[in-house]
Design a protein around this ligand. Sequence first.
Ligand SMILES: NC(=O)c1ccc[n+]([C@@H]2O[C@H](COP(=O)([O-])OP(=O)(O)OC[C@H]3O[C@@H](n4cnc5c(N)ncnc54)[C@H](O)[C@@H]3O)[C@@H](O)[C@H]2O)c1
Length: 366
Amino acid sequence: MSADVDQLAAPMRRSSDGQPPPDAVEGPQLVVAVIGAGDMGARHAQHWRSLGARVAAVVDPDFERAKATAARVGARADTDASGALADPSVHVVSVCTPTYLHAGFTVAALDAGKHVLCEKPAALTLTDARAMESAAQRSGKELRIGFMRRFDPAYQPLMEYTGRAGRPLLAQATITAGVRPKRLMHDALVNGGPIIDMCCHVFNLWDRMFAGEPVAVSARGYTFSHDKPEVAGIAQRALDSALITLEYADGSVGQIQVSWGLPAGIEPVERHNYVGPAGLVTVDWNQHLALRDASGVTRWRSRGVDPWRAQIEQFNREIREGAPREVAGIAAGTAALRVSLAVLEAIRTQRVVAPAEVADVEAIQP
Ligand SMILES: NC(=O)c1ccc[n+]([C@@H]2O[C@H](COP(=O)([O-])OP(=O)(O)OC[C@H]3O[C@@H](n4cnc5c(N)ncnc54)[C@H](O)[C@@H]3O)[C@@H](O)[C@H]2O)c1
């Protein structure tokens, strides 16, 4: 079963008397702390605030950053998370730090009795992902992973079109960009590089589209950015490019060509093709979709919804009203990570690797 089918099918989380679940947050205002005040932290803080939550604290060791975001949402700024985690008025923590720190903050927040929305990818290692899963279970609090593409306006039409074309027999995604503007995105030990950081979106999408995890992974890895000054001196530089083949139990196949190795500044491109038994779906993410089938061509064009805001809005409903879970859970985060680690292992060993059997390999890359 897909790691997330349990969540898709989750009933309205209400007790037998129709009331919201016991851990639902009641009262006039949700109180939130945001850990990490970079691009994602600033987004989370602003979206929580615009939904009527009170942002109590914004935490970042870079105090100027913490202060800048805190000032925009009327929060206090801090360089250390312990105050926010010990604050009994805080209901929810948004974890927006570099990926290698996700598990530590997520586990601490859950153990402190907070609900958590942690940015994707869940973690860099299965040990960390499992620690997050265990903490969610023992705390009874809600843990979600920010696979916000589920809230992208292209997502529902893509699911509808691929439903009409029939479950894909062949899927192909090309994701190409210049060297990323932040060095941490190329660091194998910090954000993990594109095989973890970027491909997790596609693995998460395909888990649902193919209705299950791939059973076999083969891949080749490349580094095209050797000569690029932007990534010079990163001790554990991640592979910047890969060609990945995922095989599913029913014989269908997905292929990904990913590169973050072109010259910096080149406009990123992401295109997908889905060949189903009844048609072809083409995607220019996230602007255009087209379905070609026996009835002709059906086209869709984006109407510009902010998926991060929509995701936070939904999580807010899940916490406050016990709405059905739609924001991805940790199982989805772990599943995507398992495929990323299988890809890295396949590149390292040049063998076909089954994600279900992947060991807790280090995210250190070949
Ligand atoms: N959902 C998406 O599509 C999406 C897009 C971009 C980034 N992300 C993810 O969001 C996370 C953050 O990415 P970003 O782009 O905001 O990075 P960023 O570099 O802009 O921000 C990260 C912030 O975390 C801070 N930080 C570092 N150590 C910390 C600590 N110990 N405590 C608190 N803060 C700390 C840094 O000072 C920095 O301000 C990453 O996991 C990334 O993969 C997700």
